[in-house]
Design a binder for this molecule. Structure first.
Ligand SMILES: *Cc1c(COP(=O)(O)O)cnc(C)c1O
Ligand code: SF4
Length: 342
């Protein structure tokens, strides 16, 4: 356990005693990796806010712990089947850092046991019995908190099912515990191609030499890297921060994939911005920075209705005439001309 800091003795944390709220940590576990704790440069900076307990986590009992109905969309414990052709497998409920805004706050850190062998076998049988499933997403918790052997067992089990084309792993390890990305881990993962990794950077201060090295190892193993960012009030809700984050990710060979509107999850309300604020940020990205660096801004609808991409309102269609707004704010009309021969 040399990787982890006991948060009660961490010097950053004892500076602010109110953050050491036992009532908060009794309900929502607190954990930090030494690496991530060392990225904190002052109380209340962007790293601090993401990982330090806050009294406000206990203030919002009006929100649901599971607004996306993941529990009821689980035909098998630990398997979420919401879209026809892809499933999520919750293979671990541990993470190097328990993010205070986590959408699975109800699950993470609750006991340290990964999915049991029995639950895993049942989940694999379910996937094998559903030929329409082409894409299996390992999530949690953090799948890379499993040891190499357990991970290899799970990946082999999935690869033995011929109708599964791609495997994805959702992990924050490159951000919060980059030393977990070892050459051994990469040689293991590359046996299971096509395998994609989506990581989770939220702030440019997380783009360090260590995280760059972790991403480079994964990319060199032929693993396409994507990133999911959560829009967080007081952490990354400005155009300037998002531009630095998204372009910095490209320099790490990571393609920004989603920018998530904060889910309506109990205990996280103090992090939520308005959707309008998110759209203004998107307007500040498209055209201003490389198109490769622009993620899709998505709202994951309550009730498990799925993710919907939302776009700045820059098109109005009147008959065959489109009124468009460019990235500089200029208004332009465009004729939508179709071949009269057809
Ligand atoms: C987000 C999500 C997926 C994957 O969605 P993509 O848009 O394909 O990335 C699959 N299942 C569930 C339950 C999800 O929440
Ligand atoms: S790493 Fe992901 S799953 Fe773990 S606490 Fe953070 S957001 Fe939640």
């Amino acid at each position: 356990m040399q990787y982890f800091t006991d948060y009660s003795t961490n010097s950053y944390i004892i500076k602010n005693n109110s953050a050491l709220n036992d009532r908060v940590s009794a309900r929502y576990p607190v954990r930090l990796s030494t690496y991530y704790a060392n990225l904190i440069t002052r109380t209340d900076d962007a790293i601090w806010k993401q990982c330090m307990p806050d009294d406000r986590e206990l203030d919002d009992d009006f929100q649901s712990a599971d607004p996306l109905n993941e529990n009821s969309l689980s035909p098998i414990p630990g398997l979420i089947h919401r879209y026809p052709d892809r499933v999520v497998l919750l293979v671990s409920n541990r993470c190097p850092v328990y993010c205070r805004f986590c959408m699975r706050k109800r699950l993470v850190g609750s006991g340290d046991a990964p999915m049991s062998d029995n639950a895993l076998r049942t989940a694999l049988e379910y996937i094998a019995a559903h030929p329409e499933i082409h894409d299996v997403i390992l999530s949690g918790g953090d799948p890379l908190m499993l040891d190499d052997e357990s991970l290899s067992g799970i990946l082999s089990g999935i690869r033995a099912i011929s109708h599964v084309t791609i495997i994805r792993i959702g992990t924050r390890v490159p951000v919060t515990l980059p030393s977990r990305i070892t050459p051994d881990l990469c040689s293991l993962l590359k046996k299971f191609h096509p395998l994609y990794i989506n990581t989770h950077f939220n702030h440019p201060d997380e783009l360090t030499a260590e995280s760059a090295a972790a991403c480079a190892l994964l990319a060199d193993a032929g693993i396409p890297l994507g990133n999911q960012t959560v829009l967080l009030k007081g952490v990354n809700d400005s155009v300037e921060t998002m531009r630095r984050l998204m372009t910095g990710l490209l320099a790490h060979r990571v393609k920004p994939y989603y920018l998530h509107q904060m889910d309506l999850v109990q205990g996280t309300a103090h992090f939520r911005t308005s959707v309008r604020a998110g759209l203004e940020i998107m307007q500040g990205l498209r055209g201003h920075i490389s198109g490769l660096a622009v993620p899709h801004y998505v709202i994951d609808l309550p009730g498990g209705k799925g993710k919907v991409a939302v776009l700045p309102d820059n098109v109005e269609i009147r008959g065959n005439t489109l009124h468009l707004q460019t990235y500089t704010g200029e208004r332009v009309t465009y004729q939508d001309i179709i071949n009269p021969q057809e």
